[in-house]
Design a protein around this ligand. Structure first.
Ligand code: SF4
Length: 230
């Protein structure tokens, strides 16, 4: 079986699911808030927290930066680990405000901007890259659990590869196209929800003819799954 290229995976997923038009948010700041709140929780919980922030007129960096932490935590309670996320959100809002919001951040080259984002307490590589890609229109590749799981199963790399190496792998093989990179991440998430779940539903998967894992026994799939991610 020949290895399907990342670009071909993108094309096949786009054909199967259509454009996803991510990120679901009304403003870039709302997108960034969502990227922080979505850590280790479902999108439904994030939506509830964002609706709550809007209801209390708190979805603004200046308001969050100066808010009482306990009150902020209560407002975003639905997002889980809410006091920790309230701290992260406040730290990010202070940073965003001091940097003169989106316009101020946009003046930095991507590599500098990424380092600055990673310097904010609570912002890891996946969150930083999500903010860069969807909030600041920078053509980066976001690596998440779904991406790693899919491409380990497609045998592009082993489960031991770290975040930066995986990102480098894709950036070397994909065009530096913002719309493509934005769509690709969203399509991978959609694919992981529909077919490539932790227990894969391989029947009717649009990638089945290119997937060596799909031909493994149930025991083998289980072995691959348990040794992946982290
Ligand atoms: S065939 Fe199965 S394991 Fe392979 S990509 Fe599709 S759902 Fe995932």
């Amino acid at each position: 079986m020949s290895l399907i290229t990342p670009l071909e995976v993108y094309k096949r997923l786009l054909t199967a699911y259509g454009p996803q038009h991510w990120w679901p948010a009304d403003t870039p700041f709302e997108m960034m808030v969502g990227a922080i709140l979505t850590q280790n929780t479902s999108w439904q919980n994030v939506e509830t927290a964002i609706t709550s922030l809007k209801m209390y007129h708190m979805l603004d960096c200046e308001t969050i930066a100066s808010s009482n932490l306990a009150q902020l935590g209560e407002v975003i309670r639905s997002s889980g680990s809410y006091m920790q996320k309230a701290r992260y959100l406040q730290q990010f809002s202070i940073f965003y405000y001091k940097e003169n919001r989106r316009a101020g951040l946009m003046k930095w080259p991507t590599s500098v901007l990424r380092k600055r984002l990673l310097g904010v307490h609570g912002i890891g590589p996946e969150t930083a890259d999500s903010i860069l890609l969807y909030g600041l229109d920078k053509p980066v590749f976001v690596v998440d659990t779904y991406t790693k799981r899919l491409f380990v199963r497609l045998e592009h790399f082993g489960p031991e590869l770290n975040y930066d190496s995986i990102q480098h792998y894709f950036l070397q093989r994909l065009p530096e196209s913002l719309p493509l990179l934005q769509e690709f991440h969203a399509l991978i998430v959609e694919h992981a929800k529909r077919f490539c779940r932790s227990k894969p539903q391989c029947d009717n998967c649009p990638l089945i003819e290119y997937c060596p894992t799909a031909m493994c026994s149930t025991m083998e799939i289980s072995r691959i799954h348990t040794s992946e991610i982290e």
